[in-house]
Design a protein around this ligand. Structure first.
Ligand code: AMP
Length: 599
């Protein structure tokens, strides 16, 4: 039997599971552990260590031990933030190039490091199941962009898997929550705060159909930020945090203390010989931890409110708010979630395991082991192309259910145009230049008068959230396709900023769009009037001609202002004044056609 495994490739820990007799089961390694730390240690001249064994090396060989690699997957060097340097290993961040980590003078892509983790999960599963495992479903944060999803898929392939599906983590968590509620109807929010990422999704569960209504989040917000805030606070108290070994030991002790503070009010952090000579010792209270964590956890509030607004729901419309991700064990997080949604959150799911359980269920759906469940996901940002005048033409609006296919027909703006440049964009802004370019290609066609050539453009987002673009010249059938899955193109922080920017600039953007559209219309009409006068000018009544010329002059004046209303009014006047002229042009064309037809 070649069943499919479900994998949660986490920032901090990873898990693998398989459906067994209709139940999702998480697989333990040879030591009985289901959580595999997402850590890889590269020794000088030996095989890499992965998981728990590598985790032990974090304090001994911090520069050769790679953790939190998920933060860098699918990103370019210039997309990394200043504080990404606060890991204990070196990162190569060349502008325009994929980010790489360095250990023992060797450079590794985040995909290669992630593949090591996936390989270990694969080997553990094969050992436990006694058969080979080659097909997988892997989860990613809902807010991962195309490049990050593709890089995750590549990591799976490098590890020897056929990646059957990339699934959003909060959707997976909802599957885990909803598997025993297949015959009911409810709306739930999944609040997932992990080591490095925050995701919020609003879903409707309706008799086995899981529909994602909205999703939002921040790919760089999580427990790691809380750890850094505590370390900075302790550093500020005068303890050394600049030596790599000392910093790694301090981080480890801080994380353990943070975990303890989820159940006790105060805890001691003791590290013997932290700087080689002196012992480090301090007491951290839950109050102190909460004061440091609050600004970080508070950042999730705006994302939650936006996802509710996108789903057109009020907090009261939700039946449950499900907590997932290790950080949601913190009492402060539960309190803040309670404030945001006005209800006690649901803590029924094991925060470490829900995503992996959901990935396993999704694997079961794909292999046929789980029936009666359908999963409908959504796009986090709009996708479109640049059109005349530099405007964004949305083809797939954000929050559309995927997989999805949508298309539109475009034509040429200039006579005898022989090619059209397709600039594929992602984002929420009205003006093309404010959105993120995902790719560009040219489609050629035969020369024709403007408006005659027809190019059909089709966007398809497949079940993995990867975009396929197709452009076809309808006359010759010539087509070009493009799969946007390899370029590390979209700035991730910018994706998160995109939605709030689009709201901030909504008014200005809309007036620029209105102006540009009115300007394009004015230019088209002026060209058409000149052409019409040339063809039928002699037969136009002088009074009518005078009216048209006055309207033309007014339109030219309006074009020189920046006043959209005036331009729209002048367009309307010229449109009105040229009704007769347009009819005369059509009549002449018909007469010409008749003469040619009867000749
Ligand atoms: P995840 O990415 O979901 O595995 O979550 C890992 C994050 O949760 C890390 O930042 C952990 O330090 C944090 N975490 C795990 N358990 C606890 C706990 N009991 N209290 C606070 N944070 C925790």
């Amino acid at each position: 039997m070649n069943s499919i495994v479900g994998i949660d490739l986490g920032t901090t820990n990873s898990l693998i599971g398989v459906m067994d007799s209709g139940f999702p089961i998480l697989i333990a390694d040879a030591n009985g552990a289901r959580l595999t730390p997402s850590v890889v240690h590269f020794p000088m001249d030996d095989a890499p260590l992965v998981g728990q064994a590598a985790g032990h090396m974090r304090t001994l060989r911090p520069a050769q031990t790679i953790y939190s690699i998920k933060r860098f997957i699918g990103l370019r060097g210039d997309e990394l933030r200043e504080d990404d340097a606060d890991v204990s290993y070196a990162i190569e961040r060349e502008s325009g190039q994929p980010a790489r980590v360095v250990a023992n003078d060797h450079r590794y892509s985040p995909e290669e490091v992630s593949a090591r983790i996936l390989q270990k999960l694969k080997t553990d599963a094969e050992l436990a199941l006694g058969r080979s495992v080659s097909r997988a479903v892997i989860t990613v944060p809902a807010y991962f962009n195309d490049a990050q999803r593709s890089a995750t898929k590549r990591a799976g392939e490098l590890a020897g898997f056929t990646v059957e599906r990339i699934v959003n983590e909060p959707t997976a968590a909802a599957l885990a929550y909803g598997l025993d509620k297949l015959h009911s109807r409810s709306k739930v929010a999944v609040y997932d705060l992990g080591g490095g990422t925050f995701d919020i999704s609003v879903l409707e569960l309706n008799h086995g159909i899981f529909e994602v209504l909205a999703t939002n989040g921040n790919t760089r917000l999580g427990g790691d930020d809380i750890d850094s805030a505590i370390i900075a606070h302790l550093g500020a108290k005068g303890f050394p945090t600049d030596k790599p070994e000392a910093a790694a030991r301090l981080r480890e002790a801080v994380i353990e203390a943070k975990h303890r503070l989820s159940s006790v009010d105060s805890t001691a952090i003791e590290i013997p010989f932290l700087d080689g000579a002196t012992n480090f010792s301090c007491v951290l209270s839950r109050d102190e931890l909460e004061r440091l964590s609050r600004p970080i956890v508070d950042k999730t509030r705006a994302h939650c409110l936006r996802s509710l607004a996108d789903a057109r729901l009020a907090p009261d419309d939700l039946d449950e708010v499900i907590l997932v991700g290790g950080v949601t064990r913190m009492p402060l997080v539960r309190k803040i979630v309670g404030e945001i949604f006005g209800r006690e959150p649901n803590t029924s799911q094991n925060p470490d395991e829900a995503v992996a359980i959901g990935a396993t269920i999704q694997a079961g759906i794909l292999s046929g082991a789980v029936r009666d469940v359908v999963l409908l996901d959504v796009t986090p940002l709009s996708l479109g192309i640049e059109t005349f005048g530099g405007l964004m033409n949305v083809i797939i609006p954000r929050n559309s259910t995927i997989p999805i296919k949508a298309g539109e027909m475009f034509t040429t703006a200039v006579n005898n145009q022989r090619s059209m440049s397709m600039k594929v964009l992602q984002g929420e802004r009205e003006i093309a230049r404010d959105n993120w370019p995902l790719g560009q290609f040219e489609i050629d066609f035969e020369a024709a008068p403007k408006g005659v050539a027809r190019v059909g453009v089709q966007f398809e987002i497949d079940a993995n959230g990867i975009l396929h673009v197709l452009a076809r010249d309808t006359k010759t059938g010539r087509e070009k396709t493009m799969e946007i899955n390899s370029a590390v193109d979209v700035s991730d922080e910018a994706v998160e900023a995109m939605i709030s920017e689009s709201l901030d600039h909504a008014f200005d953007d809309m007036s620029e769009r209105v102006w540009t559209e009115a300007k394009l219309k004015a230019e088209e009409m002026l060209g058409a009037v000149d052409a019409a006068f040339e063809r039928v000018g002699d037969s136009v009544d002088p009074v009518e001609k005078e009216m048209i010329l006055v309207a033309v002059a007014k339109l030219r004046e309006a074009l020189a202002t920046n006043d959209s209303k005036r331009l729209q009014a002048a367009n309307a006047i010229l449109d009105d004044a040229t009704q007769g002229l347009a009819a005369a042009v059509v009549e002449k064309a018909m007469q010409a056609a008749k003469i040619t037809g009867s000749a």
